[in-house]
Design a protein around this ligand. Structure first.
Ligand code: GLN
Length: 479
């Protein structure tokens, strides 16, 4: 056990007592990076010098007991979709491979303001489109549990970095499952907050009505700590909610006795791996023995979730990605190009990967005259029905429990040639983005040494309940 294997909460206590320094902790993470990166490749860009500089500054603050932030001296990794001032931010795309943002995303700025030590920018599916981190222009990340397998995606690099100890905490983003599914696949905790809880300023847009940044950690307490810091209203993002942020750590420890937990019958059907189902039901059993009241519920529009998501997400993506034209940002095709239109074409042809192009074409199609009503508009209506399913269910229960993924971490290459198979992996996660609700993935055991994630879903802006149940379960499981 090295320093980088400890939780942020433990490390902060040790640094406060003067038992270790942030430089010690940061060196330990950098050493782990050196050992692990050859195989795992969780990062696109590493920032070791900056990390040691930030760590030395954090140590100064500890020493003088001045402006000691809530993450003072803790190594954190950032998904490469969040803008970092002066640090290359690529979105794992060739088209942004030389983009150096002139500003920090609000979530990143809040981390820095609290003294966090940035160790690097993590790998992801290009523009966050994917479920395996294989769609990266920088090559795939491997699952630390079994390097022949994917770490999940699109925030696979953030999940892997936390699982290996290359970082103590990480930030990811979740548009349709991209925090929860990689957390499940790598055996760590990951949470998608309510839409509007965390500012999207400086989060490079994939699908703006679904995108949300959130924490990765190895414990629920650390997850709550990181959420405390990145949450809250931001005048720079009009979709961020102007609601007070409760202290999420205070919510932990209240237990589950008397809580009503709903199990949606549509989530436990054919297509769900039997071994995954067993692990999830074991977890539910443990909570029931602890005094939770488990009831069956129905979310009848579940069968439409995947198609609704892939219509809305691609429509928004096609519009958001129109800005990459070789003029304003990043890569521009050069050579013998006769006019501007050809420059656009050549830039986008060479700059985007296969999956991104597929989605731009799909999205352009569903928004085009003649198809708009049949696809995009209909998907918006079904989105409302899906949201109403959850609103109705959550009137009768405190939270909902489901699997995160219908399958165990799959092999690298296994689903890459079959987009539909890849999309189907998102069946249990996309609905929460469509409904805008908070949901966490917390480890609930292994099958043949491969981790399984338990999804706990709450009411809008009731992250406390989600964390309370997750924490109770984590403690029970530890025994
Ligand atoms: N796997 C989903 C997709 O490919 C979700 C991605 C995400 O949450 N960013 O769109």
């Amino acid at each position: 056990m090295e320093l980088c294997d400890l939780s942020a909460t433990e490390l902060l206590n040790m640094m406060r007592r003067g038992e270790v320094t942030s430089v010690d902790v940061t060196r330990s993470a950098l050493k782990r990076i050196e050992e692990k990166e050859k195989t795992i490749r969780a990062f696109i860009t590493l920032t070791p010098e900056l990390a040691l500089e930030l760590a030395a500054e954090a140590d100064q603050r500890w020493q003088h007991q001045e402006k000691v932030g809530r993450l003072n001296g803790v190594p954190v990794a950032i998904k490469d979709v969040l803008c970092t001032k002066g640090i290359r931010t690529t979105c794992a795309s060739r088209i942004l491979s030389n983009y150096n943002p002139p500003y920090n995303a609000t979530a990143v700025q809040r981390l820095l303001d609290e003294g966090a030590v940035i160790v690097g920018k993590t790998n992801m599916d290009e523009f966050a489109m994917g479920s395996s981190t294989e769609n990266s222009a920088f090559g795939p990340t491997r699952n630390p549990v079994d390097p022949e397998r994917v770490p999940g995606g699109s925030s696979g690099g953030s999940a892997a970095a936390v699982a290996t100890g290359e970082a103590v905490l990480a930030v990811g983003t979740d548009t349709g499952g991209s925090i929860r599914q990689p957390a499940a696949f790598c055996g760590v905790v990951g949470m998608k907050p309510t839409y509007g809880r965390v500012s999207r300023y400086g989060l490079i847009a994939y699908a703006s009505s679904l995108d949300q940044a959130g924490p990765f950690a190895r414990t629920v307490e650390d997850c709550a700590l990181l959420l405390n810091i990145i949450s809250g209203h931001d005048p720079k993002d009009s979709t961020s909610a102007s609601l007070p942020v409760p202290d999420y750590i205070q919510a932990l420890g209240k237990g589950v006795k008397g809580l009503k937990i709903g199990l949606p019958k549509e989530y436990f059907i054919k297509g769900l791996d039997e071994a995954v189902r067993e692990k999830v039901m074991d977890a539910v059993g443990l909570l029931a023995r602890e005094g939770a009241d488990v009831v069956d519920i129905s979310l009848p529009h579940t069968p439409y979730a995947i198609s609704t998501y892939y219509l809305i997400a691609t429509a928004e993506a096609s519009s958001n990605l129109a800005r990459y034209d070789g003029v304003k940002y990043g890569y521009r095709a050069d050579g013998d190009i006769e006019d501007t239109i050809h420059m656009y074409e050549e830039t986008r042809y060479a700059g985007f990967g296969k999956e991104v192009k597929r989605r731009i074409m799909l999205g352009t199609y569903v928004l085009s005259a003649g198809y708009y009503e049949a696809y995009y508009l209909k998907a918006q209506k079904v989105r409302t029905l899906i949201k109403e399913d959850f609103d109705r269910a959550l009137e009768t229960v405190d939270c909902i429990i489901t699997p995160v993924s219908p399958c165990l971490p799959f092999r690298i290459g296994e689903k890459l040639g079959d987009p539909l198979q890849m999309y189907l992996v998102d069946v249990y996660t996309v609905s929460l983005n469509l409904a805008g609700l908070p949901a966490i993935s917390v480890p609930c055991g292994d099958v043949d040494s491969l981790p399984v994630g338990l999804q706990i879903i709450g009411k809008a802006f009731d992250e406390q309940m989600v964390l309370q149940v997750a924490y109770a379960y984590e403690q029970l499981r530890k025994g």
